[in-house]
Each structure stands twice: as structure tokens, then as C-alpha cells.
Ligand binder design. Structure first.
Ligand SMILES: Nc1ncnc2c1ncn2[C@@H]1O[C@H](COP(=O)(O)OP(=O)(O)OP(=O)(O)O)[C@@H](O)[C@H]1O
Ligand SMILES: [Mg+2]
Length: 336
């Protein structure tokens, strides 16, 4: 099991908020999110669509480029503040130290260059390599990613590859500089089950062989169950539960986590006709309910939920829910 006695965090995110100026006023998509990632751990960021997972990842990468976006809070990598760093300095960190696998592989690749060229460029941006050396390394990386006939695929354009192959090429690109931190945003969602499993194995291998820390973004608790050391559950722009995987899965503290866990299909036996999903839908950032944001969908809702719950600590879990308040010790307040 993971040692929670702290080694120095690799990444510390503190009160990260991402808002957008819109014609309906300011909307806050990521709201005072705080977490830390230690070297070598695989942490899963899980939540339904629109909860703010990609924006949190993009913020860490310094890739929120919308001119209407307002980002506040602190993102420290190896003790160094990244918020407010110049584009040039950020570029040196990005790709070299922190790499990302994007939700949509096509968005991360340019259609007009071969995958080999793109991996080689990434390598040459951070390492002193000749073009020939970079190409050889690109072929090696593709081979490591399980790409069949890499010396042929290297000269193909992204649209000439299948979804699984494209995903492998993007992972090769992300891993080209042995990042200390890899952010993988839904790396398996668009793929069939067999390829999904292969991609997860690749990510685990990276963690094991290079000692890289991984933030694995997913909406699938089945994926979390398979690979994560620790889980952060995100709902409507906030982290509502965080802790090591075993206690979170055995004793989920937040009703939302409980709901997500009920939606995992059973591994064995007869598959139910329909999985029990959480009734209702998450609120949009422009239209969030007062108090606990999950309360309109919550079967346990009671009077205190009209006020936004603080985070409570239960042994190794942090939970933003009043339900077990009597048993828990408050560790922070998430009120505006
Ligand atoms: N540029 C933008 N302007 C306004 N709102 C935005 C912008 N980008 C994202 N949002 C909103 O922020 C919220 C969070 O988006 P985000 O992409 O982080 O969700 P997600 O958790 O990654 O969802 P998914 O599982 O669908 O990928 C969404 O409601 C989205 O519509
Ligand atoms: Mg996303």
C-alpha cells in the first residue's frame, strides 16, 4: 500500500480556480481545487462529464489559452510556482518534466506532419539530438509503445492511423522526454476494451520503469479500480472526496463516490441489464445549486446541506459531506 507519510510533493495545487467571462457573467468551472501529487504515485481524477477534470489538467500544463479565462491559485512543481511563469519558461517545464496525453489525440497532433516528425521535433526541442538520432529514437519509442512495424508507421500521418495507434503515437510523444509527471486525460475512452487494457499497461509500465508520477483522468471507476494508488473524486468543479483507493472503494464517504462505485459493471457473473446510475445530471457551472452542489441528486440530503460542506478528514480520506460529520474532524472550509 502507498506510504502516505509525505515525501516532498512533486506537484502542489492550492486553491486553483478557473473562471470564464461569458455573456451570462462570470462562470467558475474549477473552484478552489487543492491537491498534491507525490513522486511516483498514480492518482486518478474521476468524475462525470463537465466536472472540470480537463480544465484542471490543462491549468497544470499552462495550456488554458482562452482569453476570457481567469486563473487564480497556486500550482507548484518541485517547489517552483508555475502560475504567472512566462510562456518561454513554462515551455521548458512542459514536455520535458510534465507531459500530457490529451483527451482528443487529433487535437495534440498536427495533421500535416508525420507522427515520426512530430515525435522527433518534441525530442529535439528538449534534447541535443541530430535529426537522424531523433528519428531513430522515435522509432524506438513507437516500438516500446507496442506499435507494429514502427519503421513503417513512423512515416504515416495521424489520420492514416487507427484510434489505438494514434493514441500510442501520442503516448510516445508524451513519454519522449521521460517526464516526472504524466497527465493522461481519458487516454482510453475512445478505444475498444482490449486496446484500453494495453494502454493502461503502458501507463503502469511508465510509472514502474521510469518512476514517473501519473494523474490519470477518467470517468470510469473500473479503470480507477484497476490502476490507481489514490483517487480524487471531482464534482461540479470541486474535489468532493480524496484518499487512497482501498478505503475509498471499501468505505466511500461521499454519496457521489458511492454512486460512481455502483456504476462499475461486475467482473464476473451475469451482467445486469442496466447499471444503477446516479439519478439526474450534474449542474452546469452557470447554474449551480446553493449549498452542497450534489444535494439535488443526493438520497441522503438533509437540512445542513443548504450550506456548502467543508472538507472533513476520516483517517486517510477527505470528504466534503455532512453525513458523517460527528465522526469526522474538519480540515478545511470550502465556502466562498
Ligand atoms: N473555454 C471555455 N469557456 C467556457 N466554459 C468552458 C470552457 N472550457 C470549459 N468550459 C466549461 O467548464 C466545465 C468543465 O469542463 P472540462 O472540460 O474540464 O470538463 P471534464 O470534467 O473534462 O468533462 P469531460 O469528462 O466531458 O471531458 C464544463 O462545463 C465546460 O463547459
Ligand atoms: Mg475532459
Amino acid at each position: 500500500m502507498l506510504d502516505r507519510t509525505p515525501s516532498e510533493p512533486l506537484l502542489s495545487v492550492d486553491s486553483l480556480t478557473v473562471s470564464f467571462r461569458t455573456e451570462h457573467g462570470l462562470i467558475t468551472a474549477v473552484d478552489k481545487v487543492s491537491f498534491a501529487i507525490r513522486p511516483g504515485e498514480l492518482v486518478s481524477l474521476v468524475g462525470e462529464s463537465g466536472s472540470g477534470k480537463s480544465l484542471t489538467s490543462l491549468a497544470v500544463m499552462g495550456l488554458i489559452t482562452d482569453p476570457n479565462a481567469i486563473l487564480t491559485g497556486s500550482i507548484r512543481y518541485k517547489g517552483r510556482e508555475l502560475v504567472g511563469l512566462s510562456r518561454h519558461k513554462l515551455q521548458a517545464v512542459r514536455g520535458n518534466e510534465i507531459a500530457m496525453i490529451f483527451q482528443d489525440p487529433m487535437s495534440a497532433m498536427t495533421p500535416v506532419y508525420t507522427i515520426g516528425w512530430q515525435i522527433a521535433e518534441q525530442l529535439r526541442a528538449h534534447r541535443k539530438l541530430t535529426k537522424k538520432q531523433a528519428r531513430t529514437r522515435a522509432i524506438e519509442l513507437l516500438a516500446e509503445m507496442g506499435m507494429p512495424s514502427p519503421e513503417v508507421q513512423v512515416d504515416r500521418y495521424p489520420h492514416q492511423l487507427s484510434g489505438g495507434m494514434r493514441q500510442r503515437a501520442m503516448i510516445a510523444m508524451a513519454l519522449s522526454c521521460d517526464p516526472s509527471l504524466l497527465i493522461a486525460d481519458e487516454p482510453t475512452t475512445a478505444l475498444d476494451v482490449t486496446v484500453q487494457a494495453q494502454i493502461l499497461r503502458l501507463i503502469e509500465q511508465l510509472q514502474r520503469n521510469h518512476g514517473s508520477a501519473v494523474i490519470l483522468v477518467t470517468h470510469d471507476m473500473g479503470v480507477v479500480a484497476e490502476v490507481a494508488d489514490r483517487v480524487m473524486v471531482m464534482y461540479a468543479g470541486r474535489i468532493v472526496e480524496e484518499g487512497p483507493k482501498e478505503p475509498v472503494f471499501m468505505h466511500p464517504g461521499h454519496p457521489y463516490t458511492e454512486g460512481l462505485l455502483r456504476s462499475i459493471p461486475p467482473m464476473h457473473g451475469v451482467r445486469p441489464h442496466r447499471l444503477i446510475a446516479i439519478p439526474g445530471a450534474p449542474p452546469s457551472p452557470a447554474n449551480r445549486p446553493p449549498g452542497c452542489r450534489f444535494s439535488p441528486r443526493c438520497a441522503y440530503r438533509y437540512e445542513p446541506c443548504g450550506i456548502d460542506p467543508p472538507l472533513f478528514r476520516k483517517e486517510q480520506q477527505d470528504i466534503a459531506c455532512y453525513r458523517a460529520e460527528a465522526l469526522l474532524e474538519p480540515v478545511g472550509v470550502q465556502r466562498p
